[in-house]
Design a protein around this ligand. Structure first.
Ligand code: SF4
Ligand code: SF4
Length: 146
């Protein structure tokens, strides 16, 4: 382990990140908003591509920040370059970085257009509202007879 990695505390081994589809309608933005309601989840856009990042340390990470499975570490760990890593790179210069569900929601509203967003949101929610139970025919007759 390099001196740099010893000082860093293994930032790169404490989360995982993968690409997700770019949301392009209200429903898809809602899925991403749901991700962001979970602890330790952030979403970012980098060069137009969307990524989800989940804070969750690797099981191979020891208390002293060493890799317990170094000889058998996955390729992604082998390819990771400490010259431009989480410790040395500072700000990665993402196009957007969503730390909260509200930030994503504001972005969705801006992207879809406020009017359209409000309309689709109201419609989608109304569609899922529980409907009042239908009155039975017998009960209807009873009510008519009053
Ligand atoms: S590669 Fe970078 S982020 Fe990973 S442990 Fe080393 S210094 Fe830290
Ligand atoms: S396998 Fe080792 S190098 Fe790879 S993330 Fe886990 S602790 Fe880090």
């Amino acid at each position: 382990m390099s001196n740099q990695c010893q000082k860093c505390g293994a930032k790169c081994c404490r989360y995982f990140c993968f690409e997700i589809d770019e949301p392009d309608d209200y429903d898809e933005f809602e899925d991403v908003r749901w991700y962001l309601l979970h602890e330790g989840v952030t979403v970012h856009i980098d060069d137009g591509d969307w990524y989800i990042s989940i804070d969750n340390p690797c099981k191979m990470l020891a208390d002293d920040s060493r890799c317990l499975g170094y000889d058998n570490r996955p390729l992604i760990c082998r390819k990771y370059d400490s010259g431009g890593c989480d410790y040395t790179s500072g700000d990665y210069g993402y196009d957007e970085h969503f730390l909260t569900a509200d930030q994503l929601d504001a972005y969705a509203r801006k992207t879809l257009g406020a009017k359209e967003y409000d309309k689709v949101k109201a419609k989608a929610r109304a569609k899922l509202e529980p409907k009042p139970p239908k009155k039975s025919k017998k009960r209807k007759k009873q009510l008519k007879g009053r």
